[in-house]
Design a protein around this ligand. Structure first.
Ligand SMILES: *Cc1c(COP(=O)(O)O)cnc(C)c1O
Length: 425
C-alpha cells in the first residue's frame, strides 16, 4: 500500500471497512468502553492488551484519523490532540523536562514562541532561538550537553521562512537529538518532512487540514526512525521503566515505531487530557478527504496574489516562497516543488497605519485571527497574534510592524486580486 499516491491516501488511508461496515469513519461518541471482567480491563491499564477504556486517553475515531495522518506523513504512529498548541507542547515535553534545553528556530508561530519562551521556561525548560538562516557554526553553537530536541516550522507562520529541514536534521542528529517539525502550513500534500530526515512531525490541524474553519485540533506523527536507545541517559523517559505504568519501558515494549506516541498517550494525555473530541476528529477526516484537491488551489491563489503585489506601487515588500527572487525561493523549490501555501505576507507603504487602513477596505478578505481557511482572510500580527512581543522580538521572529498576512482561500483568484487592488488605491 505504500506505493499509493497522496490523493488516494487523503481519501482512503487509515480505515478499511469490512463487509457490511460503515463506508465512512464511524463517530464513537462515547466516553467509555465496556468489558466483561476486571481482568480484561486490567490488561488495558497495564498496556498488555490494546483497546479502549476512556476517551481522555484514546478513542477509536481519533485513532483512525491519526492513522491516516501517519500514513500521509510517512510515519509509524500518530495521535490527535485538542489543538496545535497541545501538539507542540506534548511533542517537546515528551522528551524534555525541567533542567533540559531545546534549540528552536526563531521564526515560529507566535503562540508556539510564547509556549516555549514563557510557559515552558517556567517549567524549567530552556530554549535557544536561532534564525533559520543561521550559519552552520551558529547552529552548532546553540547546542548544549542537556539539549533534547531541535524544533522548526516547514513554512513559518507568519514569517513564511522555509526551514532547511535536511540541514537542521543533520545538526540535530550530530548531537544525538531528534528534529521536530511543525508542518501546518505545508501539509503532507506539499511536503513530508520525514522524507528529509525529520523525526517527529506536528500539526495545527485547525488550518489547511480542517480547511473549513470548523474545529480546533492538532496532531503528532512519529517517524519511528529516531533511535532513542542509542542515548538511554539522554532519553530516560523512553529507555528506562515508567513507574507510573507498572515499570514498562516504552522502547522495549513498543519498539522505536511505537515508543514515542505510546508514551505521549499513556503519560501526557492521561495527565493533561488535551484529547480531540471524536466529533472533531470526524470533521478533520472530512477535511483530509479533499486536502490534495484544495492545496493546489490555495497555492494557485497565493502565487497569483504574490505576483500582483510584487508589481504594485503601494506595496513596500512581498514575502511568498513561490515568488522568484524571494529569500526562500530556492529552499521552496527544493522542499515544496508543487507549491508552498496560500499565505502571502507583505508590507503596505506607510507602515502600521497604512496597513490598518488597507485592511479595513477589504471586502472579500475578512479580518480574522485565522489562516489557511477556505474563505480568504487577513491579519495584522503585530496588533494580534504577536501582540506580546516587543519590536526587537517581532523583528527576530520575522514579523515587522507593517506586515499584513493575507490567507488566500478557495475563491476565484480574479476576485481576490480585484479586492486587494481596490483596497490599495
Ligand atoms: C495555528 C498554529 C499553531 C497553533 O495551533 P492551534 O490549533 O491554534 O492551537 C501552531 N503552529 C502553527 C504553525 C500554527 O499556524
Amino acid at each position: 500500500m505504500a506505493s499509493q499516491g497522496i490523493g488516494t491516501q487523503c481519501v482512503q488511508a487509515g480505515y478499511t471497512p469490512g463487509n457490511g461496515e460503515p463506508r465512512q469513519i464511524p463517530i464513537y461518541q462515547s466516553t467509555t468502553f465496556k468489558y466483561a471482567t476486571s481482568e480484561d480491563m486490567g490488561k488495558l491499564f497495564d498496556l498488555e492488551a490494546s483497546g479502549y477504556f476512556y476517551t481522555r486517553l484514546q478513542n477509536p475515531t481519533n485513532d483512525l484519523v491519526a492513522g491516516k495522518l501517519a500514513a500521509l506523513e510517512g510515519g509509524t504512529a500518530g495521535m490527535l490532540t485538542s489543538s496545535g498548541q497541545a501538539a507542540n507542547f506534548y511533542a517537546v515535553f515528551n522528551i524534555a523536562s525541567a533542567g533540559d534545553h531545546v534549540v528552536s528556530s526563531s521564526t515560529i508561530y507566535g503562540g508556539t514562541y510564547n509556549l516555549f519562551a514563557v510557559t515552558m521556561k517556567r517549567m524549567g525548560i530552556e530554549f535557544t532561538f536561532v534564525s533559520p538562516d543561521c550559519s552552520d557554526a551558529e547552529l552548532e553553537a546553540a547546542f548544549r550537553p542537556n539539549t533534547k530536541a531541535v524544533f522548526g516550522e516547514t513554512i513559518a507562520n507568519p514569517a513564511l521562512s522555509v526551514l532547511d529541514i535536511a540541514r537542521f536534521a543533520a545538526a540535530a542528529h550530530r548531537h544525538g537529538v531528534p528534529l521536530i517539525v511543525d508542518n501546518t502550513f505545508a501539509t503532507p500534500v506539499n511536503c513530508r518532512p520525514i522524507e528529509w530526515g525529520c523525526d517527529i512531525v506536528t500539526h495545527s490541524t485547525t488550518k489547511y487540514i480542517d480547511g473549513h474553519g470548523v474545529s480546533v485540533g492538532g496532531a503528532i506523527i512519529d517517524s519511528g526512525r529516531f533511535d532513542w536507545t542509542a542515548y538511554p541517559e539522554r532519553f530516560p523517559g523512553l529507555c528506562t521503566p515508567d513507574e507510573s505504568y507498572h515499570g514498562i519501558t516504552y522502547t522495549e515494549r513498543f519498539g522505536l515505531e511505537g515508543a514515542f506516541i505510546t508514551k505521549a498517550t499513556a503519560q501526557l494525555m492521561r495527565d493533561f487530557g488535551s484529547i480531540q473530541s471524536p466529533q472533531h476528529a470526524f470533521y478533520l477526516n472530512l477535511g483530509l478527504e479533499s486536502l490534495h484537491v484544495r492545496m493546489p488551489r490555495h497555492c494557485e491563489n497565493g502565487q497569483a496574489l504574490a505576483e500582483f503585489l510584487a508589481h504594485h506601487p503601494q506595496v513596500a515588500w512581498v514575502t511568498y516562497p513561490g515568488l522568484p527572487g524571494d529569500k526562500y525561493y530556492e529552499l521552496a523549490q527544493k522542499y515544496l516543488p508543487n507549491g508552498s501555501c496560500g499565505v502571502v505576507s507583505f508590507g503596505v507603504r506607510g507602515g502600521r497605519k497604512a496597513a490598518e487602513r488597507f485592511m479595513s477596505r477589504l471586502r472579500v478578505f475578512a479580518i480574522e485571527t485565522h489562516v489557511a481557511d477556505a474563505r480568504s482572510c487577513c491579519l495584522h500580527p503585530a496588533s494580534a497574534t504577536h501582540r506580546q512581543m516587543n519590536d526587537a522580538e517581532l523583528t527576530a521572529a520575522g514579523v515587522g510592524p507593517d506586515l499584513v498576512r493575507m490567507s488566500c482561500g478557495l475563491e476565484d483568484k480574479a476576485d481576490l486580486i480585484a479586492d486587494v487592488a481596490q483596497a490599495l488605491e
